[in-house]
Design a protein around this ligand. Structure first.
Ligand code: NDP
Length: 490
């Protein structure tokens, strides 16, 4: 069983925030076994029982908002205000999932069509059982809750492995839910390093794994899940683009761009990393952007880099970009561990790591484009495809651009606004992953569709699924199908 512990540290000060067990495969297995029993009970409660308890859980989390925000602040280094915002969003999702699960998942009749005229058909979405959630450290409440809340609302029990950088937040969330639902451990947290997550992914009793983190680790998780054909929902990072059209409100665009790029020290999967500005407004936009950036400071407006190893990635991206591009704000000296001050780089070649790879730091590259079409083309020329932003006063063009962006989400004249709308699904394409959390799609992600067709009466002379079927039945079928589908009809 578990013998060792590990510490979570405050990345700004290095102080120990808490010590947690490094749970091994046996301990993870025991948690999954408990979750199986809990899942049977939880699944049997039905929608109304789950809704009441989840709304209670939401109330408990809300009453501990300040305490949880302080813990997020300590483990990630982010300002308490940002931690509070993240938890408020998570609460909104928990509320939405609890209130909408029944409507989205309950049994409904579906039309049977002419050939099935003697049938009644129904569809419902049933729980999977135990769901494993492997979470990141950048938004240790909001991001995993996007899976946990929806998986619970769909009737599953959850075993959660938080990042080794934010174990305390994960443990506290499970304690708070248990306060509201003391009967069975419907939501447990197992702590540990990567191997603890791997043990969870390998366990055949886990019926779905929701992973958020790097693309490289996602592939390892998928390989482990492949052994048992365990389905996965994968949310990796992005290289999100921000397009500024000629008629955009430049002040609002610059303000939103900076916040989208710098808040949480740029450690946001849907953070702004690449900016494409049409030629006509390039200079005034850059003036606005750099003026505003001059008053934003690490350690004051946003926190440190939470994961020490990330500093090397950020430094490499800036150094490479500085060789061939123009550094407009900050530069290599902006990296003063564990903080990184804002860095804006222009004219960086599109094949530079700062444009191609996820930086996950408070840096952006800005590029002048001929028009919005070129901006869109460059925005879409990425292996990632998580989210993006369009700023334009022309509503029609903004919507066209947003729809043509090869991403799961796009915000128009705002940044990251989709994350605050619980009804909208969240997830990406390409290297950003697949599957969706949030919204009705997020609920269905953690359920299995169950289809039932019931014969209401036998169709005289039309028993097609029988060895007694004769030529006449087949003839009638051909006539029917020709009548239904044989004519050109729009
Ligand atoms: P990882 O992808 O390595 O970690 C994400 C989660 O997976 C953590 O809980 C981690 O646990 C766990 N894990 C690690 N190895 C395994 C494994 N073999 N099997 C199962 N689970 C495992 O990301 P990092 O935290 O190391 O960050 C690396 C980069 O990923 C960042 O720099 C950033 O670019 C990107 N990232 C993107 C995020 C997003 O929001 N999309 C969030 C976080 C990171 P443990 O922490 O204990 O290793």
């Amino acid at each position: 069983m578990t013998t060792l512990t590990f510490d979570s540290l405050n990345p700004a000060t290095g102080a120990v925030v808490g010590s947690h067990p490094n749970q091994d495969a046996e301990a993870v297995g025991a948690a999954v076994a408990r979750a199986e029993t809990a899942a049977a009970w939880w699944g049997g409660l039905g929608h109304a029982g789950r809704r009441r308890r989840l709304l209670d859980a939401k109330a408990v989390v809300t009453r501990h908002l300040r305490e949880l925000a302080a813990l997020v602040h300590e483990e990630t280094g982010k300002p308490v205000g940002d931690a509070t915002l993240e938890i408020v969003l998570a609460i909104t999702h928990l509320d939405w999932a609890a209130r909408h699960a029944e409507k989205v998942l309950r049994r409904r009749r579906v039309a049977t069509g002419m050939i099935g005229v003697n049938l009644a058909a129904s569809l419902e979405y049933l729980p999977l059982g135990v769901v494993g959630v492997i979470g990141p450290w950048n938004y240790p409440v909001f991001t995993p809750m996007g899976s946990i809340a929806y998986a619970l609302a769909a009737g599953n029990a959850v075993v959660f492995k938080p990042s080794e950088l934010t174990p305390g937040v994960g443990v506290r969330m499970a304690e708070l839910v248990a306060e509201a639902v003391p009967e069975h451990p419907i939501f447990q947290t197992v702590t540990g390093l990567g191997e603890t997550g791997a043990a969870l992914a390998r366990d055949p009793r886990v019926k779905k794994v929701a992973f958020t983190g790097s693309t490289a680790t996602a592939k390892r998780v998928m390989a482990a899940c492949a052994e048992n054909l365990t389905p996965v929902v994968i949310e990796c990072g992005g290289k999100d683009a921000f397009i500024v059209d000629a008629d955009a409100d430049l002040e609002a665009a610059a303000d939103a761009c900076l916040w989208g790029a710098l808040s949480n020290a740029g450690q946001t999967c849907v953070g702004v990393e690449r900016v494409y500005v049409v030629d006509a407004v390039y200079e005034p936009f850059m003036r606005e952007l750099s003026q505003r950036a001059a008053s934003v400071r690490a350690g004051e407006h946003y926190g440190p880099i939470t994961m020490p190893g990330q500093l090397d990635v950020i430094r490499r991206h800036i150094d490479e970009a500085a060789k061939s591009g123009t550094v407009v704000t900050g530069g290599p000296d902006s990296v003063r561990a564990p903080f990184v001050d804002p860095v804006i780089m222009a004219d960086v070649p599109e094949d530079s790591p700062a444009v191609r790879e996820e930086t996950f730091g408070p840096t952006i590259t800005v590029r002048r484009t001929r028009d919005v079409h070129e901006a869109l083309e460059l925005a879409n020329a990425s292996a990632y495809g998580l989210a993006g932003t369009v700023f334009s006063r022309n509503k029609r063009r903004a919507m066209e651009l947003a729809r043509a962006m090869r991403t799961g989400m796009t915000a128009v004249n705002s940044v990251i606004s989709f994350a605050g709308v619980p009804a909208l699904p969240f997830g990406g394409v390409g290297d950003s992953g697949f599957g969706r959390i949030h919204g009705a799609d997020g609920l269905r992600e953690f359920a299995r569709p169950k289809a039932v067709s019931r014969q209401r009466f036998a169709l005289p002379g039309m028993n097609l699924t029988s060895f007694t079927r004769g030529e006449q039945e087949l003839e009638r079928l051909i006539r029917l199908v020709t009548f239904l589908h044989g004519r050109r009809k729009r």
